[in-house]
Design a protein around this ligand. Structure first.
Ligand SMILES: NC(=O)c1ccc[n+]([C@@H]2O[C@H](COP(=O)([O-])OP(=O)(O)OC[C@H]3O[C@@H](n4cnc5c(N)ncnc54)[C@H](OP(=O)(O)O)[C@@H]3O)[C@@H](O)[C@H]2O)c1
Length: 259
């Protein structure tokens, strides 16, 4: 039995993953953006190990999420699932960041730094990461006119790259990225063609399975198959440049300086 924290588990893939892991007998810690959203899943949270509250768009609330998780105890695995898709505008988080970058990248980066290090880390990316592009000079959208789809694609390139960078820097942690496919959730829309069942079973498997195939790191996965990600994801130079930018934007360093 494992202890697993899942961000964004009030809906969609995160909720489906929580239900599956709990059915398998694992201890699951849920996450909701607010008390109101938590009450919408009171039926499942009653059977969970706990539920933590906080809005991932805010670094202060993200810090509180990490503290709430650490107060429950060390997790065996964390699934960084929460995400947002096509935002109408750049928006502005309390720390002044673009909301898509803050929720999809800065929050999982900060939670990775602040939550007691687990054995396994899973990050939800998307096939759209292939349209992300390798320029890192305006990742917070301060210079360019807003483009929601490009911002989402970039955020999913960055999170897949972060997963691979962690696998390289922390070899004792199994860190992987998962593309769930285009599935019918609030985000994917009712007409999405892919299978919601298959869309969440890769992350639960990577988080908790004892099968040898699931106990690897540094992968980019789709439906339990290892796939090749965009070239940037596995490029150590791009990984370190990205992690450096995330460190500058958040004021939090993830990896110790190499001597
Ligand atoms: N669905 C797809 O076709 C698809 C395709 C590729 C990748 N993905 C990725 O899969 C992951 C899950 O997507 P999904 O389809 O399950 O999305 P979803 O149905 O929209 O659910 C997203 C979850 O994240 C939470 N969340 C969003 N913003 C938050 C914030 N600021 N603070 C706290 N929680 C927040 C949501 O909370 P609320 O319920 O309160 O909104 C919800 O629980 C995402 O990372 C997404 O990018 C999805």
């Amino acid at each position: 039995m494992s202890r697993i924290f899942i961000t964004g588990s009030t809906d969609g893939l995160g909720l489906a993953a929580a239900r599956t892991l709990m059915k398998e007998g694992h201890e699951v810690v849920l996450h909701a953006r607010s008390r109101e959203r938590a009450s919408a899943i009171s039926e499942i949270s009653a059977a969970a190990l706990g539920i933590v509250i906080g809005d991932l768009a805010s670094a202060t609330e993200t810090r509180s999420i990490a503290e709430q998780v650490n107060a429950i105890g060390r997790m065996d695995a964390v699934i960084h699932n929460a995400g947002i898709y096509l935002e109408r505008s750049r928006g502005e988080t309390p720390e002044g960041h673009a909301k898509t970058l803050a929720v999809n990248v800065l929050a999982p980066y900060l939670l990775t730094a602040w939550i007691t290090r687990p054995d396994r880390l899973v990050y939800l990316t998307s096939g759209m990461h292939r349209s992300g592009g390798s320029a890192l000079d305006d990742i917070d959208w301060k210079k360019r006119p807003w483009n929601a789809s490009q911002a989402y694609s970039e955020s999913k390139l960055y999170i897949a790259t972060l997963a691979a960078a962690i696998a390289r820097h922390w070899p004792d942690v199994l860190s992987n990225a998962v593309d769930p496919g285009w599935v019918p959730t609030k985000m994917g829309g009712a007409g999405a063609p892919d299978d919601l069942e298959m869309g969440h079973l890769t992350q639960t498997w990577l988080a908790a399975s004892d099968a040898g195939a699931a106990k690897v790191g540094g992968g980019y996965w789709y439906h339990r198959q290892r796939r090749e990600a965009a070239a940037e994801v596995t490029d150590p130079g791009f990984q370190d440049a990205l992690v450096g930018r995330l460190g500058e934007l958040t004021g939090v360093r993830l990896f110790a300086e190499r001597r």
